[in-house]
Design a protein. Structure first.
Length: 259
């Protein structure tokens, strides 16, 4: 079933209106017809609105609401991915997969070792592109919200942005205590906001690690192997998704038994 996002005011009692670019996509690309079912979210409350197409109008599609699915697809915690700017188009893949895994927001960070340097104009254009990728991934994975991709921040801005986030994790190649990492992950509770810092190619500088720790970040290890920047974040998000949705039941060690 296809998923679409609308503004909250487009959902009315028993009627839902679809406008904008999705109208052409539904009519001329998907070639959907009156009576066919689709899923709609308003990007805010995480609910899934099941409806069917009632009529095609000039600049909108009118749908009739069938029922509302209260139990959405969102994680019980908001996860912020602070991703050091990688080379080439890796950021597009990172955002796509992060959205599929349940991330709440993505913060591109210009760290000291980031090879990519963006001026204000380029950064704005990239952010717009990244946001469109996040929206497409949210539709594909049936998310209840569209994760926001923030404007590119420097290191100090990124630390300030997550100052009030209670749990901050920073994978670091020199971190060695897997038991500590396991205990940190197993101690997380649904509802806690979590920030995950991922370095670019070349990783973080020691002074960046030190300032992150001063801001409350906890270094963790991802195992014996060195992971690429596009793999590291997905690894942490996968651990978090499993623990928060499945592995966090009382008495369950779940995904961490083999760490």
């Amino acid at each position: 079933m296809y998923q679409f996002f609308v503004e909250p005011d487009q959902i009315r009692d028993k009627e839902i209106l679809i406008r904008g670019g999705d109208v052409n996509h539904i009519k001329n690309v998907l070639r959907m017809r009156v009576g066919q079912e689709l899923s709609v979210s308003n990007g805010v409350d995480g609910r899934e609105y099941r409806c069917h197409i009632a009529a095609f109008q000039e600049d909108q599609i009118r749908c009739e609401l069938r029922f509302v699915k209260e139990e959405g697809t969102e994680l019980p915690s908001r996860i912020y991915l602070l991703q050091g700017l990688p080379k080439a188009d890796k950021m597009e893949t990172i955002i796509q997969k992060a959205v599929e895994l349940g991330v709440y927001q993505v913060v591109p960070v210009a760290t000291h070792r980031s090879v990519v340097k963006l001026d204000e104009k380029k950064a704005a254009a990239r952010t717009a592109r990244w946001q469109s990728i996040a929206e497409a991934a949210a539709k594909q994975s049936r998310r209840g919200v569209i994760p926001l991709v923030q404007q590119v921040m420097n290191w100090e801005q990124a630390l300030g942005f997550v100052r009030e986030v209670p749990v901050k994790l920073i994978p670091y190649e020199l971190a060695e205590d897997m038991d500590k990492t396991r205990a940190m992950l197993e101690g997380l509770e649904p509802g806690q906001d979590i920030a995950v810092f991922i370095g670019p190619e070349g990783g973080f500088e020691e002074r960046e690690i030190a300032s992150a720790m001063e801001a409350g970040a906890v270094p963790i290890t991802l195992g014996r192997r060195i992971l690429r920047t596009e793999t590291a974040g997905m690894t942490v998000l996968s651990w978090l998704m499993y623990h928060l949705e499945i592995g966090g039941a009382p008495g369950s060690r779940g995904a961490y038994d083999s760490l």
